[in-house]
Write a protein that binds this ligand. Structure first.
Ligand code: HEC
Ligand code: HEC
Length: 374
């Protein structure tokens, strides 16, 4: 290095931790979101919470961090942004000590899109899965819609990330400064003839106070939501007859798994019940029928109650009360081979509880799925 070159610390430690921490959480979120089995959803959710924490931290650090972390040092005017893009097109971008305009725009876009992704994720978690702080506030179909938004935003995120990585490589080539290395060690070299700029120090105490204030505010809002009982979960009364009589040949299915009309039809056809005679004493039959009627899918707002209420005429014609013949059941289990269903501890696809540890509650949470090995 010639003695005219000056090396200065541009990215402070918190910014670097933020950057690589975010890479870790977002990568985890993307991998678990697209590729992992459903029972890894817990990890996906934690990656989301980690992302929120980092994004909130970055917003605060953009005000109280050291010089080049501050948003004001990379809030460019549209004219500056256009000029920079023009320089990029002509392959001669000039050197910026902190973020250049393209990088700056990317940061604002990423912070915005990540906030929207995590918020929509919370809506899905609360609405579809009846979990997380919004479980009591969001109904199933709102959560389902938020799921579509979550996916579209994720695709936009992946486009942004690709552009960001491409941009880093292009700038690194054109300006011959290793941007990745400086995001690791924090240093950049000031080009010949330029002098080191004035740099303000970070104000960690102010940042901590601001974070604390934000955490208590957000914490109390989320807490207020989270003490609401999960929406659409009904207190299920126990009906001894149902548990013993209908639990005789298979598990006593959770009443939320079929709509009223299906249960009613099943109960009048007990003599011919999937090839078995399951008929019962008249009083007992009436008691069970009324129990199922009270707690059928219509009384719930869970993923299972909503999804199993959608019956497919072709599949269900012989028995419109077969849960495992609903389009949703078929779609969710199509990747499981026939071999698996024949394992000793499963024996039958209707043995829901063998793979769903929470089948008796009607939740069918992703995290409670566990396919037995034998
Ligand atoms: C004599 C044994 C027997 C009794 C008692 C019995 N069932 Fe069944 N049930 C079966 C068989 C066999 C099937 C077919 C699925 C299977 O192979 O497990 C079945 C299937 C079902 C299914 C569809 C499961 C699926 O895969 O979607 C429901 C729902 C059901 N029974 C409800 C009831 C209810 C409600 C009662 C009590 C009124 C009851 N059963 C009592 C034997 C029985
Ligand atoms: C051999 C094990 C096995 C059996 C038996 C089984 N399931 Fe599943 N089920 C799974 C797996 C694995 C998934 C996750 C599929 C996926 O990755 O989308 C699943 C997914 C589901 C889901 C969606 C959960 C979610 O949040 O996405 C529901 C609801 C469900 N099963 C209900 C049932 C019911 C009702 C029965 C009994 C009639 C049943 N399952 C029997 C293994 C099983």
């Amino acid at each position: 290095m010639s003695d005219q070159q000056i090396k200065i610390r541009v990215w402070d430690l918190p910014v670097r931790i933020f950057h690589w921490g975010l890479v870790g959480f977002v990568a985890t979120g993307l991998i678990t979101g697209f590729f992992s089995p459903e029972w890894w959803m817990g990890i996906h959710v934690w990656a989301g919470y980690g992302t929120v924490l980092l994004v909130v931290f970055r917003l605060v650090w953009g005000v109280f961090g050291s010089e080049f972390s501050r948003f004001e040092t990379f809030s460019f005017t549209p004219a500056e942004i256009i000029a920079h893009i023009r320089e990029l097109i002509f392959l001669r971008p000039h050197h910026f000590i902190g973020h250049n305009p393209a990088g700056a725009m990317m940061i604002f876009a990423l912070v915005f899109i990540l906030s929207a992704i995590t918020l929509s994720g919370l809506l899905v978690l609360g609405g579809e899965e009846n979990q997380g702080p919004l479980a009591g506030a969001i109904n199933y179909w709102v959560g389902d819609f938020a799921g579509e938004v979550h996916l579209v935003l994720t695709i936009i995120l992946m486009v942004l990330i690709s552009l960001h990585i491409m941009g880093v490589f292009i700038e690194t080539r054109l300006t011959r400064e290793n941007l990745i290395k400086s995001m690791v060690d924090g240093y950049k070299i000031i080009p010949h003839g330029k002098s080191a700029p004035e740099r303000r120090l970070s104000r960690p105490l102010a940042a901590a106070a601001c974070l604390l204030a934000f955490a208590s505010l957000a914490g109390s809002v989320l807490w207020a939501f989270s003490i609401m009982p999960p929406s659409g979960i009904t207190q299920l009364a126990i009906n001894e007859d149902y548990t013993t009589e209908c639990g005789d040949c298979h598990e006593a299915y959770h009443p939320s798994l079929l709509p009223r009309a299906s249960w009613a039809m099943l109960m009048v056809n007990l003599e011919d019940h999937f090839g078995e005679d399951a008929s019962l004493d008249q009083d007992i039959t009436a008691g069970i029928a009324s129990h199922l009627d009270s707690y059928a899918a219509e009384a719930w707002d869970t993923e299972a109650s909503n999804r199993f209420s959608i019956l497919s005429p072709e599949l269900l014609l012989p028995a419109p009360y077969q849960i495992s013949a609903t389009p949703y059941w078929q779609r969710k289990h199509e990747d499981i081979s026939a071999e698996v269903f024949k394992r000793k501890s499963i024996a039958n696809k209707s043995n829901c509880a063998s793979c769903h540890r929470d089948a008796a509650t009607g939740h069918f949470h992703d995290q409670a799925i566990n396919i037995p090995e034998k």
